[in-house]
Design a protein around this ligand. Structure first.
Ligand code: ADP
Length: 630
């Protein structure tokens, strides 16, 4: 029979498996068992709506058999089975499961990559780590013919008809000969197989059975032993989320999470929830330690797995999680949901909405606890997923802002550490009635904004907002603990005393004509020009009038569909009244208006640069400066 070749990617993966240096070869068993369990799930699921399938839940099983002399290990199931095309497509090609984008890096066959394979599980192929030949006999449920797929690795595979009495799949592994480094014979030992099932597949919901040998005292004898064989179920079949939480080791949760949700790292936090009463459900959720690779892409889908009394009914139920908790992974198992409920019906399901509410509350509480009791971990979490929470404060017209406001952190002028709003308010200066903030690209750039320097010099703390969403979130919140949020770059900010205020007012009044001239020469770039007395050393700065700040304008103008100039911050050019430039400008206004117009342009450019905003006309400005120099 002519051998068929594996597809290119499959062949590469296969080579890696065959020559694997991966130390956890044992995971092959877990992979084959979970495939068997999936196959039974599929048939069971079908049987709910197809009366011709007469199997009862108790008829299903996964069976392990061993022939030590022939070095054969088989894993069989009576699930849905595969037809010829399915054998071809499923086993001839590497699984396309999104978890493992093998194509990205097929050459990268170093140790690290192998480890990724172990963690993700590439399923069926992993069996080539321990077997030099694999035979798969399978019969699809309802089909008359069965087929045999076999392969000795990279040189290809064959498919031919075979006989098989019942539907399902039997996978026979020809276990490799032992080498100096690897004792493959272990996988033919009853003890090893039993403990591997316990370790990796205990919660599989169908019995995993094996004939095992046990020695016991011969009947009627006190010293003579005999060996008996018995059919033993190796797994406890209780899903991990149904087990009493004190009885589950952290490591088991970690392993469960990594396998199910394809992460190499342990979760940052495990959240367990059990509700009884108006709503009955168990939830097992995880906060990942890092963002999944596609988290910030539009392909990422939030959601929790949904089980109805232990049977998976939906892989990603979106309605269970609000968008701002989209990073949470996990599952919910409820006895209140019917098994063959459709997706559309689920959306309207009252029970589901109650569960979603309870889950949202639980996650919020867990995050608060983490913030309180494990600050370091919380900050680690926040660095990765914090912007989600801030989006949550802003989204839906601020519907969830109160639930989230104590969970958000900001950096500040105090010491560049994260602080909560509560902490900010707690250490406000006597007489301070507002929460100051400034926004910019980075904390170091914000620190250099003239108004920030000035507010800090007055002894106030300033929140440093570096993310697009920050200022929108704070505006949505509008105040915290009755203290309103004030952008230090807003022109209304005035930290001077009455006397200073009065003198500034006079200065401004007497220079009104000059300001009108400057404004005229700058066109639309500014809405007003005035003196300020808050600057320390700088000659000029920009502030803004109204609710829309320069930072917000920047964010909004980047949004798809935004038209240029549609939303414009009202910018005020402020000139330091105590700086020699103030006198110089006055003199020019009297003697040389042309030069004043040039100076005005340069000052505006300087102010923009100081405030961290780019200038639109760099060539013109540099020519103007150059002309002054020569
Ligand atoms: P994955 O399980 O990640 O999809 P695998 O390589 O383990 O990848 O399996 C590929 C496919 O082969 C499975 O998706 C399934 O359709 C099919 N398959 C594997 N084992 C069995 C089995 N025991 N019974 C039925 N189908 C199976």
């Amino acid at each position: 029979m002519a051998k068929k070749q594996f597809k290119t990617e499959s062949k590469k993966l296969l080579d890696m498996m065959v020559n694997s240096i991966y130390t956890h070869k044992e995971i092959f068993l877990r992979e084959l068992i979970s495939n068997a369990s999936d196959a039974i799930d599929k048939l069971y699921f079908r049987s709910l709506t197809d009366d011709s399938i007469t199997l009862l839940q108790s008829d299903y099983e996964i069976r392990i058999t061993v022939d030590k002399d022939a070095r054969l290990l088989t894993i069989s199931d009576n699930g849905c089975g595969m037809g010829k095309d399915e054998l071809e497509n499923n086993l001839g090609t590497i699984a396309k499961s999104g978890s493992f984008d093998f194509k990205n890096n097929p050459e990268n066959a170093n140790g690290e990559h192998i480890d990724i394979i172990g963690q993700f599980g590439v399923g069926f192929y992993s069996a080539f780590m321990v077997a030099d030949k694999i035979v798969v006999d399978s019969r699809a449920y309802g089909a008359d013919v069965a087929y045999r797929w076999q392969s000795s690795g990279a040189d290809g595979y064959t498919i031919a008809e075979c006989s098989k009495e019942n539907a399902g799949t039997v996978i026979t592994l020809h276990i490799k000969e032992d080498t100096e480094d690897e004792k493959y014979s272990d996988y033919l030992e009853q003890y090893t197989l039993k403990s591997l099932v316990k370790k990796y597949s205990d919660y599989i919901r169908y019995p995993i059975r094996m004939m095992t040998e046990q020695s016991r005292l011969k009947e009627g004898s006190e010293s003579e032993y005999e060996t008996v064989t018995q059919d033993e179920t190796l797994n406890s079949m209780v899903p991990i989320w149904k087990r009493a939480s004190g009885k589950v080791e952290d490591e088991e949760y970690t392993r469960f999470y990594q396998e199910k949700f394809f992460d190499f790292e342990a979760p940052l936090r495990v959240i367990k929830q059990k509700a009884e009463g108006t709503s009955n459900f168990e939830a097992l959720m995880f906060i990942p330690a890092r963002a999944p690779f596609d988290f910030y892409s539009k392909d990422y889908e939030k959601g929790l797995q949904l089980y109805s009394s232990g049977v998976l009914i939906m892989d990603r139920c979106k309605d269970l999680l609000p968008d701002y908790f989209s990073f949470v992974k996990g599952l919910v198992d409820s006895s209140d949901l019917s098994l063959n409920i459709s997706r559309e019906m689920l959306q309207q399901d009252r029970q589901l909405r109650i569960i979603a509410k309870a889950i949202e509350k639980k996650i919020t509480n867990e995050l608060s606890k983490m913030l309180e009791n494990d600050r370091e971990k919380y900050e680690q979490f926040f660095a990765v997923f914090g912007s989600q929470l801030k989006w949550g404060m802003y989204a839906d017209y601020g519907k969830s802002k109160d639930a989230l406001k104590d969970l958000v952190l900001f950096k500040s002028s105090a010491d560049e550490k994260y602080i909560t709003l509560k902490e900010y308010v707690a250490r406000m200066k006597d007489g301070q009635d507002a929460i100051y903030y400034a926004s910019g690209e980075s904390t170091s750039r914000i620190a250099l904004i003239p108004q920030v320097e000035s507010v800090v010099a007055h002894g106030y703390e300033v929140l440093y907002l570096t993310e697009d969403i920050d200022e929108f979130a704070l505006q949505m919140l509008s105040s915290y603990d009755e203290k309103s949020f004030v952008n230090v770059c807003n022109e209304t900010l005035d930290l001077s005393n009455e006397e200073e205020k009065e003198s500034l007012r006079k200065e401004n009044e007497s220079a009104a004509d000059m300001f009108a001239f400057i404004k005229e020469s700058l066109g639309d770039a500014v809405s007003r020009v005035q003196f300020t007395n808050t600057l320390q050393e700088h000659a000029v700065c920009l502030s803004n009038e109204g609710a829309l700040s320069v930072g917000m304008e920047k964010v909004l103008s980047r949004m798809p569909g935004a038209e240029a100039g549609m939303l414009k911050a009202e910018i005020v050019l402020e000139i330091n009244v105590n700086h020699p430039i103030a006198q110089k400008l006055k003199a020019l206004f009297a003697d040389d208006k042309e030069k004043l117009a040039v100076y005005s342009k340069i000052l505006l450019a300087q102010a923009r640069l100081i405030n961290g905003i780019t200038i639109d006309n760099p060539a013109e400005i540099s020519d103007l400066v150059c002309n002054l120099m020569i």
